[in-house]
Each structure stands twice: as C-alpha cells, then as structure tokens.
Design a protein around this ligand. Sequence first.
Ligand SMILES: Cc1cc2nc3c(=O)[nH]c(=O)nc-3n(C[C@H](O)[C@H](O)[C@H](O)COP(=O)(O)OP(=O)(O)OC[C@H]3O[C@@H](n4cnc5c(N)ncnc54)[C@H](O)[C@@H]3O)c2cc1C
Length: 397
Amino acid sequence: MDEHEALRAELREWIRSNHPGDPGWKLPQSALEVAEDRQFDWLRDWQRRLYDAGWVGAEWPSEFGGGGRPRGTQRVIDQELARGRAPFLLNLVGLSWAGPVILRYGTESQKKRLIRPLLRCDEIWCQGFSEPGAGSDLASLRTRATRAGADWAIEGHKVWTTLGRYADWCILLARTDDAGAKHAGISYFLAPMKLPGVEVQPLVKMTGEGGFNQVIWSGARIPGDSLLGREGQGWEIAMATLSFERGASEGSAGGQGGGAEQVAALVRLLRGLERDGGAVLSDPVVRDRLSAFWIDETALRANAARARVPALVSDRPEALPLMSKLASSEQGQALSDFACELLGGDAGLWIGDPHVPANAEWQRSYLNSFAMTIAGGTSEILRNILGERALGLPKTR
Ligand SMILES: Cc1cc2nc3c(=O)[nH]c(=O)nc-3n(C[C@H](O)[C@H](O)[C@H](O)COP(=O)(O)OP(=O)(O)OC[C@H]3O[C@@H](n4cnc5c(N)ncnc54)[C@H](O)[C@@H]3O)c2cc1C
C-alpha cells in the first residue's frame, strides 16, 4: 500500500467513527451562508476536531501549527473528506487565502501569532476587499488608512464581507497614498475586527439566508504592526490573495472540492424520481446529460492535476486556476439548474414544505450558484483575463 493509500484508509476509518451526522436542523451549504450562532458553533467544533486529528493544515510548516507533511497530502485528505460527505470547513477565508498570504508575505511574529488559531478555528477571518464602488474594479477602493501615532486609523465602507459577523480578523485593503497610479497607493492590513469603530451589519441573500455583511470602519485604530508586507505593496499581495481564492494549487490548508460529489448527489436524487410513469434515470436524454457532467468533471480534475506539474504550466501559471474557477462555478450552476428542471413543479417548493424533495437542497444550490460565478472574480472578468493574458487577445479597454 503506498503512502497515500494508507492515508486514505486511515482517514476513512477516522470519518467512520467521527462523522458528526445530521444536526437535525438546517446547515448552510457552504461557509458563505453561515449566519446563525448554532450553525457557527457546530461548524467551528467540527473544524477543531479535524485540526486536532491532523487533517487541517497538513502541509503547512509545523513551527506555526501545521502538520509539516509532504505536498499532495492535503489534496488526498480533502478528496476523502468530500467522499465521506464530511461537513465543510468553516474558516474558509483563513484557510484558503489569508493563511497562504501570511505564510508568503508575513513576518515571523505574524506567522507565529496568527497561523495556529486560524487552522484550529479559534480565530475567524474575513476579507475586506470589496466596496460599494469597487468590486471588479478593485483598485478604485476608497477606504483609507492613516497613521495615528503608533497605530493606523481606518475609515471606510466594505461590503459583501462573508463571515464578517463572526470574524476576529480581516484581510483589509486600504488606501495609504493618493498620489500616482491608483494601484500603487494601496496597503494590505491584518486588521483586528473586535474594536470600537468597527460596525458589522448583516445582509440577507436571495435564499433568505445570511452570511454577507457590510462593515463600516469609522476611525477604528489598528496596531502599527497590522501591515502585511510593505506600505504600498497591497496591490501585489491582493493579486496573490485572489490567485489563492481562485484555486492556485499551493495554498489551502483544507476545504472540500465537491464537484464529483455533486454529480453523485444528483444521481442519488434521481434514483428515487419518476416522470411520465418511468424512472427518470432510465431516460436516455437524462443519462446523456449526466454523462456529459461526469466527463466535464473528470476534465476539471485532470486540469487541476496538470496545474500541479510546474513544467506544464510554467509559461502561464495563472491560467489553469482561472479556467478551473470559471468552469467549475458554471458547471455547478448548470448541474443545479438541470436538477431543478428534473424536479419540475416540485422545484418551486422550499425548505419546510412537507412535499419538498431533498429538503430543497437543489433549489438552494441553484440560487447559491450565482454567488459562485461572482465571488472571487465574475465569469465576465475571468474571461477577459484569460482572453488577454492567456490567449493574447486585444485588451478590452
Ligand atoms: C458569495 C459572495 C461572497 C463574497 N465575499 C466577499 C468577501 O468576503 N469579501 C470581499 O471583499 N468581497 C466579497 N465578495 C464580492 C465579490 O468579490 C464582488 O462581488 C465581485 O468582485 C464583483 O464585484 P461587484 O459585485 O462590485 O460587481 P461589479 O464589478 O459592479 O460588476 C457588475 C457586472 O458588470 C460586469 N463587469 C464589470 N466590469 C466588467 C468588465 N471590465 N468587462 C466585462 N464585464 C464587466 C461584471 O462581470 C458583473 O456582471 C463576495 C461576492 C459574493 C457573490
């Protein structure tokens, strides 16, 4: 048995004895919709148990609380967690983008102070990039950081801040200089959130769930050593953060890539479904569509594997993660759209209705799928970047 097979066997056994089961109330579908305290507490407890057992941050340096295991280990762990239908990891922003940039750009003391509590879910992270006038055009951000004695004073308005309500820390972009190019005057902060002058206002999504917030910074004082990297280096670090958010292969300390599991879940739903007096799964058109989803999913996994071989991507390292983010978010949307189409009129029923199939998971997933094609760069923006930087097409403007 090779090393990865042994790891898979060990983790399968662990999941068998430690899977927390169904809490008996509605869990969110991803970390983007966590908005109730009981959901938060339950998911935090799960991430802690996973970390304590060595399944989170497996490849990160052991001196900062990681497992120090070889590259490739976390991917195997994530695959097994998805296969075992384990709950997702709560501290998404910390594990997948704040942590990796701290490891790359942070000082020794920032890494020592911040990484372990992030892995163990003792401290929750959010991302303060977007503003009402600065989403795709991120460099137009207006939130300002000014020196105030030994501290920085933050003034501004952030929006769409996932997990903001629960966050202890924020990866915060703020303008520190107005002169010169707009990209050049931005700095990157590791900002504490539980401070006077930080007001978090929850927003409701179209599913009726929460998760989003807007955050008003009105003169909050954050310590001088909150700066990540150099003053004015914020744009470079923000681009690195976005590459992690879009799935750069080095990076995440854990999280479940659930694409293949989603296709399997659709097949499970269809097993019990009849239409026009026959089993939906015996319809050749349905089978054809399912095969196409499976083939696309297999291609996505092959692309992800290709991105892990430096020699195959050295000319355009950013292109494959961008393609994967674009294709997987659109595939997720097409899949849940197809599920709702097959549910027919039942797709109009919602959670709590005694006749709703699968507790409306597919309806929720269809509505939530629009978030995935927007967050971390909209599909239009990703197509622009791929067209210009990977294919060398003329610039849009
Ligand atoms: C679920 C979710 C979670 C998020 N979480 C966070 C978070 O935690 N922290 C955070 O900082 N942000 C977060 N965001 C915000 C996200 O990064 C922005 O929504 C995204 O960058 C798009 O910006 P916008 O909403 O301002 O849209 P806009 O930039 O205003 O775009 C509006 C529309 O115009 C299109 N468009 C804009 N410019 C161009 C162009 N040049 N060419 C072609 N089309 C264009 C866009 O594709 C889009 O369809 C989240 C978003 C979602 C949906």
